[in-house]
Design a protein around this ligand. Structure first.
Ligand code: PAF
Length: 284
């Protein structure tokens, strides 16, 4: 049974989850997170609620070791479980599923994983080998465990969203995947749990990412070359930003068109923190 008013039911094991999730004809939704919840997650939870009200909304909180490479920030990734539960309570979440690593990977390191295909080796996949196999594997597991009608993902991790959609399509999974636009600080910085790593000076440098995207989007009516030139001009003024990629693609992350819908994406490192961002645009 789900609690009525006392905040979400918190479950730690797949057995508890199976007992807790109501058998219902109603639509249900899941928001998958690694915790360190911020306003961007609140918007995802609201989107889940909008889709399924009054059906149950589940938030999963799991820092997935499989999607972190050697030397990445798995150990220091922010963990703030009590604060996360408060966010979930405020947002009327019904169930929080927060397994530990042994529960999630009960048989140890999985031998069978989801292959993200060629796109999984590009962009963030090129910088983080194995990352998207780790993401898709845990997303598939969490979909199987939570059995939602809808799974909600932020457009902030745009390549992840495209690959999750692709997995669901290619593997005939039943869930509907919903993408939600990125939430930004008033100055344009995309909300991210990793922003907590940034010192004030680094945060200023990080702003060049969104500024480059906005400059590119403004130039969109003039076509792809103008978009890239406008964005690069901004990035060149930020020598402390180590740009990993700044690319224009179509909405499925294939080659960019000359006109019509496209996606501009950027990734860069500020100090020890790798940040990503993207915007949609319409090429003229
Ligand atoms: O976007 C994230 O927070 C993670 O990649 C996800 C989808 C929860 C999988 O671990």
């Amino acid at each position: 049974m789900l609690a009525e008013n006392d905040g979400p039911v918190i479950v730690r094991t797949r057995a508890e989850l199976a007992e807790t999730l109501p058998v219902t004809e109603a639509l249900t939704a899941v928001v998958m997170t690694m915790g360190a919840l911020h306003d961007g997650h609140r918007v995802l939870i609201d989107a889940a609620r909008d889709r399924v009200s009054p059906g149950p909304v589940t938030v999963t909180i799991f820092v997935n070791p499989l999607q972190f490479g050697p030397g990445e920030d798995f150990e220091r990734y922010p963990r703030s479980f009590e604060a996360d539960v408060t966010v979930c309570r405020d947002e009327g979440v019904d169930v929080v599923f927060a397994p530990d690593v042994d529960e999630m990977y009960a048989g140890g390191q999985p031998e069978v994983t989801v292959d993200p295909g060629p796109l999984g080796a590009e962009l963030d996949g090129a910088a983080r080998p194995g990352h998207f196999a780790g993401v898709l594997t845990v997303v598939a597991k969490l979909l199987n465990m939570t059995v939602p009608s809808f799974a909600i993902f932020g457009e902030k991790d745009y390549q992840q969203l495209v690959l999750v959609r692709r997995m669901v399509r290619d593997l005939d999974m039943a869930q509907r995947i919903v993408g939600v636009p990125t939430v930004r600080e008033p100055d344009g910085l995309a909300l991210s749990s990793r922003n907590r790593y940034l010192r004030a000076t680094e945060r200023q440098v990080a702003l060049s990412l969104s500024r480059a995207l906005f400059a590119g989007a403004e130039a969109a009516p003039k076509g792809p070359d103008a978009v890239l030139a406008a964005g690069r001009q901004v990035l060149e003024q930020a020598p402390a930003l180590d740009v990993d990629y700044f690319v224009l693609r179509d909405p499925e992350l294939r080659t960019a068109p000359q006109t019509g819908e496209a996606r501009l994406l950027v990734a860069g490192r500020v100090g020890g923190t790798r940040l990503i961002d993207n915007v949609p645009l319409t090429l003229g």
